[in-house]
Write a protein that binds this ligand. Structure first.
Ligand code: AP5
Ligand code: MG
Ligand code: ZN
Length: 218
């Protein structure tokens, strides 16, 4: 099964993707995570991506399309299926993905679209913190670690905030993503692939709705 998860910054894509890959045995491909890994390793691509990401802008399509295509071509994808998170994010990326899937003989089975009012997303993003060791995502108020300062997933105790979660960057990220998102959803709606999920409910309830949607796709 091959799926996309879509939604504005802070909608809960990464949080739900972590649960989905475990439940449905899919391979998680997050372009944001790939860029952050490249930035941490200070690769050429990472240095290029940083200038866009830190300003809340999108990395150019040709760079993003290239890394996704390269990842989708690896053998584990055809064997297990993928969950793409944060891609496509422009209509050009959606067209590039259609072409790549065709070339690789893969089909897209469904699009999980987390719907949410943008006004609550600033609180979500400003309270987010991440595990330095494994990348697990938490929230100061809505989803803290079970034991203070200990990662639920890996037990490490060093956390950080994303550079692009600063209030001045968040505003631009939301504007950029709102402007780009609608034509992409329309593209997948035409193909009958979209399941709309209410994102403004507890994390477990969002996941329950996603499970129902995925079960109907299978
Ligand atoms: P990316 O990393 O994809 O960031 P994003 O789309 O802005 O989305 P986020 O990761 O911020 O939010 P999320 O939906 O995953 O929410 P989360 O689950 O963490 O991209 C970063 C940047 O990289 C982009 O701005 C761009 O520059 C570049 N980039 C990436 N892909 C690109 C592409 N395709 N093309 C070009 N550039 C690209 O949840 C957020 C917080 O809320 C957490 O603290 C969480 O604990 C909490 N939370 C989650 N669900 C709930 C809930 N139901 N109730 C309460 N709190 C919740
Ligand atoms: Mg994310
Ligand atoms: Zn961890």
């Amino acid at each position: 099964m091959n799926l996309l998860i879509m939604g504005l910054p802070g909608a809960g894509k990464g949080t739900q993707a972590a649960k989905m890959v475990e439940q449905f045995n899919l391979i998680h491909i997050s372009t944001g995570d790939m860029f952050r890994a490249a930035m941490a390793n200070q690769t050429e691509m990472g240095k290029l991506a940083k200038s866009y990401i830190d300003a809340g802008n999108l990395v150019p399509d040709e760079v993003t399309n290239g890394i996704v295509k390269e990842r989708l071509a690896q053998a584990d994808i055809a064997e297990n299926g993928f969950l793409l998170d944060g891609y496509p994010r422009t209509i050009e990326q959606a067209q590039a993905l259609d072409k790549t899937l065709l070339e690789l003989g893969l089909t897209l089975d469904g699009v999980i679209n987390i719907e949410i009012d943008p006004s609550i997303l600033v609180d979500r993003l400003s309270g987010r913190y991440m595990c330095r060791a494994c990348g697990a995502t938490y929230h100061k108020v809505f989803n803290p670690t079970k034991v203070e300062n200990v990662c639920d997933t890996c037990g490490a105790s060093e956390f950080y905030q994303r550079e692009d979660d600063k209030p001045e960057t968040v505003k631009n990220r939301l504007e950029v993503n709102i402007a780009q998102g609608e034509p992409i959803i329309a593209h997948y709606r035409e193909l009958g692939l979209v399941s709309a999920i209410e994102g403004d409910q507890e994390i477990a309830n969002v996941f329950a709705d996603i499970e129902k949607a995925v079960d109907s796709i299978k």
